[in-house]
Design a protein around this ligand. Structure first.
Ligand code: SER
Length: 323
């Protein structure tokens, strides 16, 4: 009888920021895709329930990134660590330092180690007052009003610079607000759209920090992960945008998400108590034109608001053990 030949993968991925809202789900998806033995997760600390290869990496220290890349013969880096929009405003210079330093470290390690591909997330936060809010185009003017947005706009240009100057294959999307049941967001302006579902299934009142009519671009986690993997799998020649691709899922306001939730929980109570995050949201787009992503790598979102609501409610009920 022949011995079973293990499937060998040449791809070895390092994920920086693997504890985060997206990082944790992306880590799982990548492990399923290429095998857990080929994925190295990293963050500032290891979560107790994490299974797989994990390294403690503070990405502001280039030597620890380099060591992990050398030790595991890493071929791709997904750099997801960043301080988000709302938290970033509490300490602007620290946010700039961390968001930029970690990016420069990743780009430099990647360049010097011959890394084949880098993923760097950008955000709808790159847009500001001078971009049209409806159907905001790929090439719309970027005048971000948060330090997070400024760091992402700068980061996109650095990604493009490393591609043009050194041929480093850095790929990026401008994520809308990401909604998922698997993990919690931390310190963003779009976080309300995750928190609201937790309150709904727990049958508690929700206090919304945005105005009820503030429409923002959002995307379901499944779509966000699929977009990331599809972008990273696309042939190099089809990636025409080397800053960052606009990416759309669906768009809605707090009152629309509330209506969607009330189809399942008719008595769901909400009060509106807008805070500084409303000012951030007011400058971001309502809807996104992602035709470049659809043309270059066939992007197509699949979840509507009601489908997101149905899945969120069902999955969170399972998690909270609610019948
Ligand atoms: N979801 C992020 C935030 O709200 C935007 O990228 O900061």
């Amino acid at each position: 009888m022949l011995d079973k030949i293990p499937i060998m993968s040449d791809t070895k991925i390092l994920i920086i920021g693997a504890n985060g809202q997206l990082g944790s789900v992306l880590t799982k998806a990548l492990k399923e895709k290429i095998g857990a033995e080929n994925v190295v997760a990293s963050d500032l600390f290891k979560k107790d329930d994490f299974e797989g290869i994990f390294e403690i990496i503070d990405a502001t220290d280039i030597t620890v990134i380099q060591k992990a890349v050398d030790t595991y013969k890493i071929t791709q880096i997904y750099h997801l660590a960043a301080i988000l929009s709302a938290n970033g405003e509490k300490n602007p210079l620290r946010t700039w330092d961390i968001n930029m330093k970690t990016l420069f470290n990743v780009l430099e390690v990647a360049r010097l180690s011959g890394i084949e591909k880098v993923f760097y997330p950008s955000s709808i936060a790159v847009f500001g007052d001078n971009a049209p809010q409806d159907n905001t185009s790929q090439a719309a003017y970027l005048d971000p009003a948060t330090v997070y947005g400024i760091s992402k706009a700068a980061g996109e240009n650095w990604a493009q610079y490393y591609f043009m100057r050194y041929g480093l294959d850095v790929r990026s999307v401008r994520y809308p607000g990401v909604i998922g049941y698997q993990s919690l967001p931390g310190g963003g302006t779009t976080d309300y759209a995750v928190d609201i579902y937790h309150k709904a299934v727990l049958e508690e009142e929700f206090s919304c920090f945005l105005n009820k009519e503030e429409v923002l671009p959002m995307i379901f986690m499944e779509d966000a992960i699929r977009a990331t993997l599809e972008l990273m799998d696309a042939p190099k020649e089809s990636i025409k945008t080397r800053t960052s691709y606009n990416l759309a899922g669906t768009s809605f306001s707090p009152e629309e998400i509330v209506s969607s939730i009330r189809k399942i929980y008719p008595d769901f109570k909400v009060k509106y108590e807008p805070d500084f995050r409303q000012d951030i949201a007011a400058k971001w787009p309502n809807t996104i034109d992602d035709s470049a992503a659809s043309k270059d790598w066939n992007w197509k979102p699949s979840y509507t608001l009601d489908e997101i609501t149905k899945t969120m409610v069902q999955k969170l009920k399972e998690q909270y053990n609610i019948q």
